[in-house]
Every structure is written in C-alpha cells, then in structure tokens.
Design a protein around this ligand. Structure first.
Ligand code: NAD
Ligand code: ZN
Length: 355
C-alpha cells in the first residue's frame, strides 16, 4: 500500500509492505536525475540482521555505509560528527542522498545529518521498527543534548519512506510493545472506529498476523500523515501527537534510557492522561477495560515504584510544551477529540497519588 503525505514543504509517499525494499533501486533512478553518492546510515544491530538484504537492492550504487551504535546512543553529538566526517571523506555533495536504515534513533540521526550537511540534502527513510511508523513520517529530526532529548534538530521531510515489514520480524518483544504503543496513541486521537477495531482485533502482540500488523501500521501512518499535513511545524494540532508523552518522557528519563522503552513509558503516560481527562473533562471511556487490554498485551500500567512524584513533576516542567512552569497536557475530551490543557500541580499530584 502507498500512503501519500502532503505537507507544506514536501509531498512524498510511504510505501508499506513486505518486500517494498525491492522498489528502492528504481525509485532512486527515477527520482534523482543526477545522483552522485548514497550514504546509508544504520546501527550495529540492524546492520548485522538486515543490511545484506538492503545492499542487494543497491549494489549498482556502491553506497557508503556509516554504522552508529544501536539505540539512543546513535543520537549523540559524537556520532553525528562522525557521520558528517564520513559524508565529507566520501565527497558527498548536494546531489547525494542519505538513506536511513533502522529504527527511530537512526532515523532521527540520519535526518539531522541530511538536514544540516551542506545546508540540507535529500534523505530516504527505510524504517525497521514498529515505532518508526511514527518517527519516519513527518520530518522531525534531531539529536540529543546531555541537557535534553531531541533538543538539537530540524524539520526535514524525507523524499520517501520504504517501510518493508519483513524487517520487523526480528524485533524483540519489548520493542514490539514500544512501537505498538504509538499505534494505540494514533487510534486514541483519531476516532473510535480505529480504536474499537484495534481493541477487537489485537490480543497478542507476539503472534500478531502480518496482515493485522500491516493494517494497524497503515492506519497509524494515516493518522500521523493527516496531522502533519495540517501542521507541519507544530504550531498547533501536531502537539496532539504528544498524548502520553509528558509523563512518558519524565518516566523514561528518570528510569534512564534503555531501561524502559519509549513506548512502554508513553503507555503509562497515556493511562495517566486518560485518568486526568476523566477527572477534568468528563471523558467517557472505560479506562479499566483499557488497562485490562493493554496489560494483556504485556504493558505495565503503573509508574515504577522507585520513582518519586516530585521528581516526575519537575521533569514534566522541563517539557518542551511547558509554558512558564505550568504543565501542559494533551487530554481527550472524547475519544478522537484531543485538546491541550494546562493542568495544575495539585491535580497532578493528586492523580499521581491515586495512580
Ligand atoms: P531505536 O532506533 O533505538 O530502535 C530500538 C532498538 O531496536 C535498537 O536497539 C535497534 O538497534 C533495534 N532494532 C531496530 N530495528 C530492528 C529490527 N528490525 N530487529 C531487531 N532489532 C532492531 O528506537 P525506536 O524505538 O525505533 O525509536 C525511538 C526513537 O525515535 C527515539 O530516539 C525517539 O526520540 C524517536 N522518535 C522520533 C519521532 C519523530 O517524529 N522524529 C517520533 C517518535 C520517536
Ligand atoms: Zn513517541
């Protein structure tokens, strides 16, 4: 299936399906008239598992390969610098293309390399995680600063996304959960049809049939595409994609990245946001039933015991969405009706204590 993404700065396609990598060679030839060099940016894990399969499709292009450390470690200044050095040493120029091959971390790194190298060169996303159905679409690219995640970045849309679902077959259980949390997020902010369909059909993430996974991802990408199509630079509704992320990011960073996946932390954040939505906005939604469902899928639904609430609140105040120390949350008025709302500290503390 092909999903068309239309943003102010660029229109591009997301090709989804098993084996879509086989179309990559033809796309490169047709899309770039005078392509000089291809730089593949990947990570150690993905390189080991899947790079050979990708290289078969790109033999005639003789690509340069840069391998980053796996996971969040790919998004440091040092790795960014090393990737730029590789690009310069191999004489990439404005007619070269960067190919991002990996999960969201590699995608964010590669995209930022592409956005900043010679003031911006084209890049293509070849995502290999479920989470990357979210991160590979929409053009937010970034690396981390020791003082904050994703603090150094750009908006740089890809020329295309080749989402070959065959690569997903090697994902470990916690990475499947991490990515699927964002699918559930997309369902919660979209409409009840998507959510009800998901809840009726998905019972076990480990044995999810490919057709079901594929359809979930396509629906998720469409929600993401619809939102970034209306608000590419996050001046308004794009912020709705942060449902669950205010508390989620705080949990992630307090636990230490790598101990808790992004999506697993966001899932707890979403439960929290649903509860606050019920209290403040009268959201009618069966939260208990939701928790039963996601626990059955293997998610934690509680904040880890060792995390102090004051620390979490302090972290949330540092969130990019926060305006002068009040904490702004994405809440749901109803399923599919997100809004941004400032929530006072007493309400938060109260909810955290009864969580
Ligand atoms: P990731 O890239 O770190 O991948 C998770 C782990 O899975 C890594 O260890 C990786 O090596 C491994 N992996 C990747 N593909 C695999 C495969 N096919 N089989 C087995 N292992 C594989 O992380 P992610 O979860 O894909 O993405 C998280 C990152 O995405 C974060 O840095 C987050 O900030 C970013 N993100 C960006 C956006 C955006 O809009 N730009 C949106 C959401 C998240
Ligand atoms: Zn996220």
């Amino acid at each position: 299936e092909t999903i068309h993404i239309q943003t102010e700065s660029k229109n591009y396609n997301v090709f989804v399906g098993e084996g879509v990598r086989k179309e990559l060679g033809t796309f490169l030839v047709n899309h770039f008239s005078s392509l000089t060099r291809i730089l593949i940016i990947t990570d150690e894990t993905v390189a080991k598992l899947h790079l050979e399969k990708l290289l078969i499709e790109l033999k005639s292009f003789d690509p340069v390969i840069f391998t980053a450390p796996s996971g969040e470690k790919a998004k440091t200044f040092e790795v960014y610098y090393a990737a730029l050095s590789t690009a310069l040493e191999n004489r990439l120029d404005r007619k070269s293309v960067i190919l991002s091959f990996g999960g969201g971390a590699v995608g964010d790194l590669s995209g930022f390399v592409a956005a900043s190298f010679m003031r911006g060169i084209p890049f293509i996303q070849v995502p290999t995680t479920i989470l990357a159905h979210d991160s590979a679409v929409g053009g937010k690219v970034a690396i981390n600063h020791p003082l904050g995640k994703n603090m150094i970045g750009a908006f740089h849309q890809p020329e295309a996304v080749f989402y070959d679902l065959e690569f997903l077959k090697t994902l470990p259980a916690h990475e499947i959960r991490s990515g699927f949390a964002e699918v559930i997020k997309h369902a919660l902010i979209d409409d009840s049809n998507f959510f009800d369909w998901l809840k009726d059909n998905v019972e076990d993430l480990q044995t999810l049939p490919m057709e079901l996974l594929s359809e979930s991802l396509i629906k998720g990408i469409k929600v993401k595409g619809k939102i970034v199509g209306q608000d590419e630079k996050e001046t308004g509704i794009r912020a709705y994609l942060n449902l669950g992320h205010t508390l989620g990011h705080a949990i992630e960073s307090e636990m230490g990245y790598g101990n808790f996946t992004h999506g697993e932390a966001v899932m707890i954040g979403m439960i929290f946001a649903l509860k606050v939505s019920k209290q403040l906005l009268g959201l009618s939604f069966n939260i208990e039933e939701f928790i039963d469902w996601i626990e059955g899928l293997g998610y934690e639904s509680k904040i880890p015991d060792n995390l102090a609430y004051e620390k979490l609140i302090n972290k949330m105040k540092q969130d990019k969405k926060s305006v002068r120390h009040s904490i702004r949350f994405v809440l749901l008025e109803q399923l599919g009706q997100p809004i941004l709302k400032e929530v006072s500290e007493p309400v938060l503390l109260d909810q955290l204590n009864s969580f």
